[in-house]
Design a binder for this molecule. Sequence first.
Ligand code: ADP
Ligand code: ZN
Length: 212
Amino acid sequence: MNLILMGAPGAGKGTQAEVISAREGIPAISTGQILRNAIKTGTQLGLSAKSYIDAGALVPDETVIGIVKEYLESDDCKNGFILDGFPRSIAQAKALKELGVKIDAVLTIEVSDERIVKRMSGRRVCECGASYHTEFLPPVKEGICDKCGKALYIRNDDKPETVLSRLTTYHKTTEPLIEFYRNEGILVEVEGQEKVEDTTELVKKALKEAVK
Ligand code: ADP
Ligand code: ZN
């Protein structure tokens, strides 16, 4: 199964990507996580991406297209993959199409801006890709990742001001992709729920319907 996950920042793409990844045994590729890890380790990629991310803007298309291309060509992806956070612009969607990979479904998780802003304040993430919420999805041991035992951290771009910029970027540049993929006949829409398990259930059903 080759899948794209879409949705506003904080809609729960990353969380659902992890769930599907574990269930289907296919890798989840999060461009945001790749970029954050690059910033942490101080690579050239990290250095060039940091100012965009901190401002709540998109990293240039060429940069992320290059990253995704490399991943999709690796052996890990030969039985399928989940793209979390890519494509995020029409240019990226077109570049993906040009790579010639067939996409089975594009799942979009709908959550109102108001709820997004409330959610972001409690978000905690791990460098392994797992994400938690202090209230809605707490780890077993406070501040520690259930999956890998590393310390959780608060994303630099989860500050309220930056969240608003990210939402603006989403509506302006990323949301048009919904129409793009609806026209391709592969769009699957799910209403994001308050409880993670409820969203997981809806996603599971919707994907079963869509990918047969
Ligand atoms: P969220 O969906 O919660 O905003 P992500 O981890 O997916 O978080 O992305 C964080 C940031 O990384 C984005 O705000 C953007 O700056 C950058 N980024 C991630 N994916 C892309 C992409 N496909 N194109 C451009 N920038 C990206
Ligand atoms: Zn972890």
